[in-house]
Design a protein around this ligand. Structure first.
Ligand code: ADP
Ligand code: MG
Length: 561
């Protein structure tokens, strides 16, 4: 905000100048009527008219300049607010980003806009209005104190009226926010799932369902408009009554000769000038209330945090450390554990397969090891250190990850592997080698621009199996000690995944490799196998020992053709 200070000071000075110019007008008017017209002195009339004209020009120039300044400050403040909000949101733990949150996040942008508009337009209008109200209010008392009190009394009634609606508005606004987040996340879902909806002929149904929510949302907005209409209708009526009452009193005083005609006209002018700031101050109340609600929501969103304070976390990752899980559990909801009481020992440099039916908790377990999810119950150790005291960014720097949610970005193939568009810092040879190991080099080389081809552009769209291999190449390109691959071969045919897996094993020898997989051929060749069932660890060993055990693992293995 510091950089706007000189601008803001200028605006304040201009406002004061503007107000001084304005308050001189009623005195000039009074003089015009009481001295000029009554004494039939044309010279005075001319002088007064010319000075009034000059004041008018001064006011206009000051006003144009003030508005220009405010607009400029406003745009910058807005950009900064949005950036601050975005960088706050992006630091949130992975678990924060559900679909519902996407709708909410977009909604929060509107909240930011509201605050921006409040900070720039409304608050400056408000302060202008307060200055103007004070100045003309004092003037009113100077011209006639009795009328001044009548004015105050009516305004107290106005304030009471507006206050009656505050809690109703708050309630309606909260509903409006919730529903509009639903409207948005629905829309995101419809577009991201359009192929599924279309292939089941559901797109029209979904849009209709969306329209119903949208209609409900419109109803709420109408409700809000109705409340506002009621508030402002009341305000307008009260203001009218106030002005009529004051005019009546002033006219009576003038007829009784206890007030000059000049004063009567000056009071008329003052009343005219008081209406506008009062209206603005009253407009300000709902705006202030809305901005406050928006700010409350934004702060609530930003303070959602599952991790502990980052500054006390350790950034040193123990060297050649194994991973140990002690009674680890996780529950997404209070009712049911997704994984429960897991004990695992993953020695450094070994390869581990995690097996289990879908829903048995494999991905959850892996995300906890990566600290993408907080450890629910129990403890995870990296060597001697507890994962909970390790900074998750430092830990992730040592890990290479393929998740089931992993996607290709609509950038170049090169970016999709290295996260860099330029090859200045990249080891191109390594990129090619990884593509080759993942059996996808020929696919990339067949593209018109090779590594520079943009995914999603010019008809470049990879099949799921191709995309999966590029995502694997991304994981292999990162040269680290720990590799976490969640069903990395799910979309590959038998011949391809066997080749890719062999290359991967050879390429990642001496690395710690954790693969979640359904492929028995993969599991068979891993150093250790952990079998999960409904969130619990039921068998562990290697292929030989588990086959001999003759339980679940050998059942699955034998049932594979
Ligand atoms: P797997 O990877 O073995 O298929 P997951 O770890 O994905 O299993 O899921 C384990 C259990 O947790 C499942 O019952 C699943 O329904 C539930 N689950 C997974 N992710 C979430 C989530 N984000 N919110 C709530 N429940 C979840
Ligand atoms: Mg999974």
């Amino acid at each position: 905000m510091v950089q706007y200070q000189s601008g803001i000071t200028l605006v304040v000075l201009l406002n004061i100048l503007w107000s001084i110019l304005q308050i001189s007008i009623p005195f000039i008017t009074k003089a015009l009527v009481d001295t000029g017209i009554q004494n039939q002195d044309m010279d005075i009339v001319w002088i007064l008219l010319i000075s009034q004209f000059l004041i008018f020009i001064g006011i206009t120039i000051a006003d144009i300049f003030r508005k220009w300044l405010l607009r400029h400050i406003g745009v910058r403040v807005n950009l900064q607010l949005i950036l601050k909000f975005l960088s706050g949101i992006i630091k949130k733990p992975y678990s924060f980003f559900s679909l519902k949150e996407q709708g909410n996040t977009i909604q929060h942008f509107n909240d930011n806009l509201r605050i921006e508009s409040f900070l720039t337009n409304h608050s400056s209008n408000f302060f202008n209005a307060i200055i103007k109200l004070l100045m003309f209010g004092i003037l009113l008392f100077i011209f006639d104190a009795y009328i001044g009190w009548v004015f105050v009394a009516f305004n107290i009634l106005l304030i009471i009226w507006v206050n009656l609606f505050i809690s109703t508005r708050e309630y309606v606004d909260e509903n409006r926010f919730k529903l509009s987040a639903v409207v948005r996340s629905e829309l995101i879902e419809i577009f991201s799932g359009i192929i599924d909806l279309k292939s089941y002929n559901q797109e029209i149904n979904r849009i209709n369902a969306w329209d119903q929510v949208q209609t409900k949302f419109s109803d709420i907005r109408l409700n809000m408009l109705r409340i506002n209409q009621l508030i402002f209708g009341g305000i307008d009526s009260l203001s009218q009554m106030r002005d009529i009452a004051i005019l009546f009193i002033a006219a009576k005083l003038t007829i009784e000769s206890s007030m000059t005609l000049g004063t009567l006209i000056a009071i008329q002018y003052i009343l005219g000038n008081l209406n506008q700031p009062i209206r603005k101050i009253i407009d300000f109340v709902p705006q202030y209330q809305d901005a406050k609600l928006s700010l409350k929501r934004i702060n609530a969103a930003l303070s959602f945090d599952q991790g502990s304070a980052t500054d006390q976390l350790s950034v040193d990752i123990p060297k050649t450390a194994g991973i140990t899980l002690e009674n680890v559990g996780y529950a997404y909801s209070e009712k049911k554990y997704a994984v429960k009481d897991i004990n695992m020992d993953i020695p450094f440099g070994k390869s581990i397969a995690i097996l289990g039916e879908s829903g048995s908790g494999k991905s959850t377990l892996m995300k906890m090891m990566l600290k993408l999810l907080p450890v629910g119950t129990g403890k995870i150790f990296i060597g001697p250190k507890k994962l909970s005291i390790i900074d998750s960014k430092s830990w992730l720097n040592n890990c290479s990850v393929v998740l089931q949610e992993s996607i290709l970005f609509q950038r170049s193939v090169l970016y999709n592997i290295t996260f860099e568009e330029e090859s200045a810092n990249t080891d191109l040879e390594r990129v090619y080698r990884c593509l080759e190991l993942c059996e996808v080099l020929d696919v990339v080389e067949a593209l018109a621009h090779g590594l520079r081809s943009i995914v999603g552009e010019e008809g470049i769209n990879f099949s799921r199996g191709q995309a999966q291999r590029i995502i694997l190449a991304r994981a292999m390109y990162k040269n680290v000690d720990y590799y976490f691959l969640d069903e990395p071969f799910s979309a590959l045919d038998r011949l391809t995944y066997k080749k890719v897996f062999k290359n991967l094993r050879d390429g990642l020898e001496k690395k710690t490799l954790i693969i979640v997989t359904h492929k028995m051929e993969v599991a068979k060749k891993m150093d250790m196998i952990y079998l999960l069932e409904e969130g619990e660890l039921v068998e562990k060993g290697n292929h030989e020992s588990l086959s001999k055990l003759g339980k679940k693992y050998s059942d699955i293995f034998l049932s594979e053709d």
